[in-house]
Design a protein around this ligand. Structure first.
Ligand code: SF4
Length: 333
């Protein structure tokens, strides 16, 4: 992967990303004109309900699902314009951590071979160096060196996800896409994996697109949060003080539903309940995609899609007709 030294070049720049799937029932508009950046050494969270298109964005970014339209630029290289063979050669620069390590790790390979495999595929170094790197990475992810001879089925879910993370990091990528990395784990070990991702990102400096349906996890891990609804980004906001900053009615509903550590605050918190399910991406509603569930929808929302426009705060973008561009107002939901 060609890495640029220019810190002004983002680790990831996504512009007008679109992904449509043709099915027997029609065209599924999974992702529709999505644009965002992830700066070097930044963690950006991508949050939304199941069906929002967030995982499809992640798979398009690492070219597991080539986009239908738009561009993906990683470290200054437009990977979406490259042929498959060239993308394969660049793969060491951008990797993915998947949701379920039980299915993403080869059950017939030892941990040593699983973790070292990217180095073997890309012919990086010799076997002795691979052994040394595997030991380093196992140590970094908090696993004893003896784990190298074990098979995935001999490990707990949390240990397997640590192996996945070690494998993703072994070739020193500049960008890691983590797709729901804690969703398949017991609640008791989710926090330790979130802390591990935060610590590794701080120590190794890679950029990370952290995808989750769990707003509390995203808020904890990420510097900025992108909120997706039915294939579109509806808000981009700093993660600190999200409760007070969230301006889009959908983000406000997600924030109100997320658990908070303070039991008194949890008890008195006003919950915004959304009615109905996210509509099918086979037939998204016209206008604002959220209008069928929005508690403050207006007539204009049913016919005109809102643009993602800057609010008063630097970097804060909102797609809602009730939020005036450049103003810090929040619709009272
Ligand atoms: Fe609700 Fe309208 Fe804003 Fe969409 S544009 S979030 S429907 S108020």
């Amino acid at each position: 992967m060609r890495t640029t030294e220019n810190p002004a070049v983002p680790a990831l720049q996504v512009t007008g990303l679109t992904k449509h799937f043709r099915t027997a029932a029609g065209v599924v508009r999974a992702v529709d004109d999505v644009s965002f950046t992830v700066g070097k050494g930044e963690i950006v969270g991508l949050v939304g309900e199941s069906g929002s298109g967030k995982s499809t964005v992640g798979r398009c970014v690492v070219m597991l699902n080539p986009p239908t339209g738009g561009s993906v630029v990683i470290d200054g290289t437009e990977v979406s314009a490259l042929r498959r063979g060239r993308i394969r050669r660049l793969r060491t620069g951008f990797t993915m951590v998947f949701q379920d390590p039980a299915t993403s790790l080869n059950p017939r390979m030892t941990v040593r071979d699983i973790v070292a495999e990217p180095l073997v595929i890309h012919r990086m170094g010799r076997a002795r160096e691979h052994d040394r790197r595997v030991s380093e990475l196992l140590d970094l992810v908090g696993l004893p060196d003896s784990t190298r001879t074990r098979f995935p089925h001999e490990l707990s879910g949390g240990q397997r996800q640590r192996v996945s993370i070690a494998r993703a990091l072994i070739a020193s990528p500049s960008l890691v896409v983590a797709d729901e990395p804690t969703s398949a784990l017991d609640v008791s070990i989710q926090a330790s994996i979130l802390n591990l991702i935060k610590d590794l990102q701080r120590d190794l400096g890679f950029a990370c697109l952290f995808i989750s349906h769990d707003l509390a996890a995203v808020e904890y891990v990420a510097d900025r949060v992108l909120v997706m609804y039915l294939g579109r980004v509806v808000e981009v906001v700093g993660s600190e003080g999200l409760n007070d900053r969230a301006a889009h009615p959908y983000t406000q509903a997600l924030v109100s539903a997320a658990p908070v550590p303070d039991p008194d605050e949890q008890r008195t918190r006003q919950r915004i309940t959304l009615t109905g399910d996210i509509p099918s991406p086979l037939a998204p509603p016209p206008g604002c995609h959220f209008h069928l569930r929005c508690p403050v929808a207006q007539d204009v929302c049913r016919v005109r899609p809102p643009e993602l426009l800057p609010s008063s705060e630097a970097g804060h973008l909102v797609a809602c007709h009730l939020v005036s561009p450049g103003a810090g107002n929040r619709p009272a939901v």
